[in-house]
Design a protein around this ligand. Structure first.
Ligand SMILES: [Zn+2]
Ligand SMILES: [Zn+2]
Length: 423
């Protein structure tokens, strides 16, 4: 009984979803049928503040799978709450229902306090399980969006999290037509992007340099290949990648000066938490930077859909985006990755394939107790994180399938069989 009382308290602010509509009509609409379980589960809790499921009919409803214990969920909840507040004012036909994977009632209640929308009661395990099954939820956070007429399976949006991150409230009303419009608009923007548009704003037309002059006009970057380096001092993968990128940057520019070509520039796009960490981190970089806290930083992160750092986006001399995979290209090919184009990548892949043919099918590596097998993309391999250097990889690799252990071919430190403990 204690639990129920707490649920009541927690819902004085929010609401509980319940239906009085009978289940005949609910069964007809496949997207809604699971909510029918709520009827059974909640109908006895008469004293709770309830919202009838029939009130959700005719609305666009987001079913939000999330949990307090998982930081990516907490981050997304903040973003979603912001979008929800904006949407609710102008669109009464929109609602969200939270389906919790929290571990206990307390966490649920704390988490609920951040959510201005409806929730399935914490104690209602059956409904939560049914919703997870119905929408095949494999990871959280997950936002499923149902249209008022969702009897057509095709109208169900499964990547609501992605859409909210990418487009914010613009994604509303989450119809296929709206999403096509957004993709079209985005393509138009990217086809017509300019360096000034990306890197300057009303109050600033320069970038910061470490050496004199400290201010470098954005116009001086014309006809160069540019890398936008999204990074921060607090990020530990960046701490490993930054020195590697410095060395690659210097080697690329040495080669380019010899050949008399236009050179390569990098612009640090910082997500450091304060000016001091920004400055100390920027000291380690021989390139340019956007000022700390500049409004363009947020815009660029959204524009290039940067989800994690470090990340390296490459712009060509024609200002078009060449690749967003700069980081993995640097990891795979170092300075040879330049100028990061598809053509260059294909050439390097061919070279790598040829070199890989000379490699042994099996190797013993000092960092692992089992024999490793050579794999390639589409042949047991695929994108991976190297267990030796902790960096991303793709294409050829040495792998122990049983342990999920995988390393770059260049990271293998060959040893004789039997010289490793445990083999
Ligand atoms: Zn490696
Ligand atoms: Zn193993």
């Amino acid at each position: 009984m204690k639990q129920e009382e707490e649920v009541v308290k927690s819902n004085q602010k929010g609401d509980i979803v319940v239906d009085d509509d009978g289940y005949g009509s609910l069964w007809r609409d496949c997207g809604w049928f699971v909510l029918f379980f709520l009827y059974l589960e909640i109908s006895h809790c008469l004293f709770l503040r309830q919202v009838k499921i029939s009130n959700l009919k005719g609305k666009i409803v987001g079913i939000y799978f999330s949990a307090n214990w998982y930081p990516p969920c907490q981050n997304f909840t903040r973003v979603l709450a912001n979008a929800y507040d904006q949407l609710k004012n102008s669109n009464p036909g929109f609602e969200i229902v939270f389906v919790s994977s929290d571990e206990d009632l307390n966490s649920f209640n704390n988490y609920r306090a951040l959510m201005p929308w409806l929730a399935i009661p914490f104690s209602d395990l059956d409904t939560k399980r049914a919703l997870n099954l119905r929408y095949n939820i494999e990871g959280i956070p997950c936002l499923i969006v149902l249209q008022p007429d969702d009897s057509v399976e095709d109208l169900i949006i499964e990547d609501g999290v992605d859409l909210i991150y990418r487009y914010g409230v613009q994604a509303y009303p989450f119809t296929r037509q709206r999403l096509e419009e957004l993709v079209e608009k985005e393509k138009h923007e990217h086809d017509n992007q300019t360096l000034e548009g990306l890197l300057t704003n009303h109050g600033r037309d320069f970038l910061m340099g470490n050496s004199m002059p400290k201010q470098v006009p954005v116009t001086s970057l014309t006809s160069k290949t540019i890398g936008l380096y999204f990074s921060a001092e607090w990020c530990s993968p960046a701490a490993k990648f930054t020195p590697k990128l410095v060395s690659v940057y210097q080697k690329i520019n040495q080669q380019l000066t010899i050949n008399g070509h236009h050179n390569f520039e990098i612009v640090f796009v910082s997500s450091d938490h304060d000016q001091t960490s920004f400055e100390s981190y920027f000291q380690t970089m021989p390139w340019l930077a956007l000022p700390y806290g500049d409004p363009n930083i947020k815009n660029l992160t959204k524009y290039f859909d940067v989800r994690g750092i470090p990340s390296l986006v490459i712009l060509g001399p024609d200002r078009k985006t060449v690749t967003k995979q700069g980081r993995s290209l640097v990891n795979l090919y170092q300075e040879r990755a330049y100028p990061f184009t598809e053509d260059r990548k294909r050439l390097l892949e061919r070279e790598m394939d040829e070199e890989a043919r000379k490699l042994a099918k099996f190797e013993y590596h000092s960092g692992h107790c089992h024999e490793l097998m050579l794999v390639s993309e589409g042949n047991g391999g695929g994108p991976f994180i190297c267990c030796d250097c902790d960096e991303q990889g793709s294409g050829w690799a040495y792998q122990c399938v049983e342990c999920g252990y995988e390393v770059h071919t260049k990271c293998v430190n060959r040893v004789e069989r039997g010289s490793i403990n445990g083999s």
